[in-house]
Design a protein around this ligand. Structure first.
Ligand code: PEP
Ligand code: MN
Length: 338
């Protein structure tokens, strides 16, 4: 942290700032320029520094943070990209990974039809909710444990990996027993008890961005999982809430290169929840790949009109095939494979 004093700051004000830092156990390096004084803060202390405490002190013009608060998720202490390996699937490497499947697991048959087609067209990971975080308590809540069983069985039959959401700390062991990747939904991004529990797991976690979360809040949530000892975290941009209501959410494509710059963690894009509209899913998936996403999560249903959840944003299997064909053209243009 660097504290920049204002041009007219008095000697007394400078000394008060230095005294406050020393009192908290930090070293203050003073540099007195011709017009203003700058104080560099170094060292570590048990007392965390809140920049706002210094911002409000008389004579202080600006407090500049030099390092990010997310130490494990940030690039400062790990420059190279994290690559999460699951069998022969690597997430975060040169290859772009496709995760596809229905919003919710509805039956073994439904899942089997969808899994066989997405596998044929190039998906490696089967998605599908067994525990569904629905906005309305009257909406389909998912098949629960039965749905997890269908996911495992169908994925194994087709040579796919499983990703599914875990909503609560008391479901973590159960979901981990059936799934290869544990998904944290947008609504749970700041469920810190859940994040801590996932930090104790040895399975990769995909952390979706909260509905109104800033990028810093999102990375700090990833930090919770990593600080618990689980370093296999990937992030997922799934749209954020803005004033625009034409789409269900506003797909923040810019978050992809921002995350790539700030963090070494893989970034996945979910244009299904990001837009909520079937005909917008393919263009946004193309944009996400072009922007540097390491993978795409997309909802696919063979009968979206009859889907128990998110039918309007689910693409048909043939559209998934079309998307794959287009991504196979875009990927090499940016030095990636798919
Ligand atoms: C999902 O992917 O099934 C889901 C519920 O998404 P989100 O948490 O992003 O709303
Ligand atoms: Mn959904």
């Amino acid at each position: 942290m660097v504290i920049v004093m204002s041009e007219h700051a008095s000697e007394d004000q400078v000394e008060k700032v230095i005294a406050a830092l020393t009192q908290k156990g930090y070293d203050a390096h003073r540099s007195t320029g011709s017009t203003r004084t700058v104080i560099g803060v170094v060292g570590t202390s048990r007392t965390p520094l809140d920049p706002r405490e210094f911002e409000i002190m008389p004579g202080v013009q600006e407090v500049v943070k030099i390092t990010e608060p997310y130490k494990l998720a940030g690039r400062t202490f790990q420059q190279e990209d994290t690559v999460i390996r699951l069998g022969d699937v690597a997430i975060g490497g040169r290859n772009i990974v496709m995760m596809a499947g229905p919003c919710a697991v509805e039956s073994e048959k439904q899942l089997d039809i969808i899994a066989s087609s997405v596998r044929r067209y190039g998906a490696r990971i089967l998605r599908g909710g067994a525990f569904k975080p629905r906005t309305s308590p009257y909406a389909f809540q998912g098949l629960g444990e039965e749905g997890l069983g269908h996911l495992r069985k169908v994925a194994d039959r087709h040579g796919l990996l499983v990703i599914t959401e875990v909503m609560d700390t008391n479901q973590v062991d159960l979901v981990a027993a059936h799934s290869d990747i544990l998904q944290v939904g947008a609504r749970n991004m700041q469920n810190f008890n859940l994040l801590k529990e996932l930090g104790r797991q040895r399975k990769p976690v995909m952390l979706k961005r909260g509905l109104s979360a800033t990028i810093q809040e999102w990375l700090l949530s990833a930090e919770y999982i990593m600080a618990g000892g689980n370093r296999d975290v990937m992030l997922c941009e799934r749209g954020i809430r803005t004033f625009e209501n034409f789409t269900r959410n506003t797909m923040d494509i810019s978050a992809i290169p921002i995350i790539k710059k700030l963090s070494h963690l893989p970034i996945i894009a979910d244009p299904s929840h990001g837009t909520g509209l079937r005909d917008k899913v393919i263009p946004m998936a193309r944009a996400a790949v072009a922007a540097g996403a390491d993978g795409i999560m997309v909802e696919v249903h063979h009968e979206p009109e009859a889907a128990l959840s998110d039918g309007p944003q689910s693409i048909y299997p043939e559209q998934f095939a079309e998307l794959m064909a287009q991504l196979r053209i875009i990927a090499p243009a940016i030095g990636r494979t798919i």
